[in-house]
Design a protein around this ligand. Structure first.
Ligand code: C6P
Length: 419
C-alpha cells in the first residue's frame, strides 16, 4: 500500500468524534463519504473571499469565482480522462439528476415505440425510474440483464438482450448493494455494435477505482461529488461532445441561452446549454480539492486499500455464525459495499444496536427494491468502506455484532433455524 491510513485520518476532523461515548466507526461510505479539511476550508474560503455569481459579473469577485468554477470543471474532466473537459463535463446536483438529464434530453429525441432500453437487475432506483418515466412517455420498452448466483451479470443474457432494437444500455459500473464490478467496457462494445449508446452509472465506481471514459468508450458517465470526499449538491454528467451538441436542453432558464425572443431562443454552447440558472458554485469549487486529495493518494492505491479491507471484512463476516454476505466473495471482482444479513434480525434493529456501539452502517433496501426481491429479502445491512477505514474498524463491526447477539440472541436463532 502506498499511503498511511493513520496519517490521512488526521485530515478528516469528523473521524475524531465520539458517538454514544464510543469512537465513531464510519462504515456508510457508499451513502456519502466524509470530507477532508482541505474541502471544508475551500468552502469557507470561497464564502469569505470570493462569493459572487458566475459568468455574469465583470467585477473582480465574479471573475475569480468564475475562474475557480471553470477550473473545477477542467479538473473533473481530466480525472476521468475526458477528451474535451471544457465542454464534456456538465455540473448537476447529483448522479440522479445527471441520469434524468440524459433520459429526458437524449431519450425524448431518440426513443420511439418498439425501441429498447437495457439496464441490469442490480440498478439503483436512480438508474431505473428515469428510464421507466421516459419509456412511458415514448413507448420504448425496458429490458434488464439478469444476474447469476454469485451476483455477476449473466453474459449470455447480456448477449441476448442487447440487439438491434436496443437504443441505450444504462448500467452501473459498481453495485451499491452487491459490490459487483461490471464489465462496462465490454458492454459498451456490444452496445455500439448494435448501434446503441451507453450510459455508465459511476456513482460507486468513480470514487473507488481508476475510471477512464476514453478507455471504456462510454457515451455518458454519471457520478456524485459527495461520494468521493467532495461536498453534497454536486453531480457530474460526462457526455461525448458530439452527442451533447445535438441534444436539446434539459432545463430552460438563465445562463443556458444565446438569444431570446418572446417566441423562441437559441441555446448557449456546451456545457452551459445544460446548466440553467445559478449553479452550486461554492460546492463545485470545493470539489476540486477533493479530486486533488484522491489524486495525491493515487486511484490505484485507493482501489488496492479498499480491495484488501473488503476481503478482510468479507472473511471476518463469514466467520460469524448466522451471517449471510451477498454478492461476489472475491474482492478482486468487487468494490467495498458489503451487504449482509444476520440471522433473522431485522437490519434496522441491527443498525440501531451497532449505532449504540459507535458503528455507522446502512440498513434498508438501498434504493434497489427490484434487486432485494431477486435476493429474496426485504432489506439488508450494509457496511461500506473508503480511503480512511482500517481493519480495526472491521473488528469493531464484528464485535458490535456480538453485542447484537447478546441483546437479541440472534446467532442462536440462526442456529435453531438451521437445525
Ligand atoms: N446510493 C447508497 O447508499 P445520488 O443520490 O444522486 O448522489 O446517487 C444516486 C446513486 C446512483 N447510483 C448508484 C449506484 C448509487 O449507489 C447511488 C446512491 C446511495 O447506496 C444512496 S441511496
Amino acid at each position: 500500500m502506498t499511503y498511511d491510513v493513520d496519517v490521512i485520518r488526521r485530515d478528516f476532523p469528523i473521524l475524531e468524534r465520539n458517538v454514544h461515548g464510543k469512537p465513531l466507526v464510519y462504515l456508510d461510505n457508499a451513502a456519502t463519504t466524509q470530507k477532508p479539511r482541505s474541502v471544508i476550508d475551500r468552502l469557507v474560503h470561497y464564502y469569505e473571499h470570493e462569493n459572487a455569481n458566475i459568468h455574469r459579473g465583470l467585477h473582480t469577485l465574479a471573475e475569480e469565482a468564475t475562474a475557480a468554477y471553470e477550473a473545477s470543471r477542467l479538473k473533473v474532466g481530466e480525472f476521468i480522462n475526458a477528451e474535451h473537459p471544457g465542454q464534456e463535463i456538465i455540473f448537476t446536483r447529483n448522479t440522479t439528476e445527471s441520469i434524468n438529464l440524459v433520459a429526458n434530453a437524449w431519450g425524448r429525441k431518440n426513443l420511439k415505440p418498439g425501441d429498447e432500453i437495457v439496464f441490469s437487475a442490480m440498478e439503483h432506483h436512480s438508474n431505473l425510474i428515469p428510464w421507466q418515466l421516459i419509456a412511458l412517455a415514448t413507448g420504448a420498452r425496458l429490458r434488464f440483464i439478469e444476474l447469476d448466483e454469485s451476483g455477476h451479470l449473466r453474459r449470455d443474457d447480456a448477449l441476448a438482450k442487447i440487439g438491434e432494437r436496443t437504443k441505450i444500455v444504462a448500467i452501473t459500473q459498481m453495485s451499491n448493494v452487491l459490490g459487483t464490478i461490471n464489465p462496462v467496457k465490454e458492454l459498451a462494445q456490444l452496445a455500439h455494435r448494435a448501434g446503441a449508446v451507453v450510459l455508465v452509472d459511476g456513482a460507486q465506481s468513480v470514487p473507488h477505482m481508476p475510471v477512464d471514459v476514453r478507455d471504456i468508450d462510454c457515451d455518458f458517465l454519471a457520478f456524485s461529488a459527495h461520494k468521493m470526499l467532495g461536498p453534497t449538491g454536486v453531480g457530474v454528467l460526462y457526455g461525448k461532445r458530439d452527442l451533447l451538441e445535438v441534444m436539446d436542453p434539459f432545463l430552460g432558464g438563465g445562463e443556458m441561452i444565446k438569444r431570446v425572443t418572446f417566441e423562441s431562443s437559441t441555446y448557449a454552447d456546451l456545457p452551459h446549454k445544460f446548466e440553467a440558472g445559478t449553479p452550486n458554485i461554492a460546492d463545485v469549487i470545493a470539489f476540486a480539492p477533493a479530486i486533488d486529495y484522491l489524486q495525491a493518494l493515487g486511484m490505484d492505491a485507493v482501489r488496492e486499500h479498499e480491495r484488501d479491507l473488503t476481503q478482510y471484512a468479507i472473511d471476518a463476516l463469514e466467520r460469524v455464525e448466522g451471517v449471510t454476505v451477498y454478492g461476489p466473495k472475491d474482492a478482486t471482482e468487487r468494490g467495498g459495499a458489503v451487504t449482509f444479513n444476520y440471522g433473522d434480525l431485522h437490519p434496522h434493529d441491527l443498525s440501531q444496536v451497532l449505532d449504540a456501539e459507535g458503528v455507522a452502517i446502512r440498513a434498508g433496501h438501498h434504493c434497489a427494491q427490484p434487486l432485494m426481491r431477486e435476493l429474496g429479502v426485504v432489506a439488508t445491512a450494509r457496511a461500506s468502506f473508503y480511503v480512511y477505514n482500517r481493519t480495526d474498524e472491521v473488528d469493531a463491526l464484528i464485535d458490535a455484532l456480538g453485542a447484537a447477539d447478546r441483546i437479541f440472541g440472534n446467532a442462536s436463532t440462526a442456529r435453531a433455524a438451521a437445525r
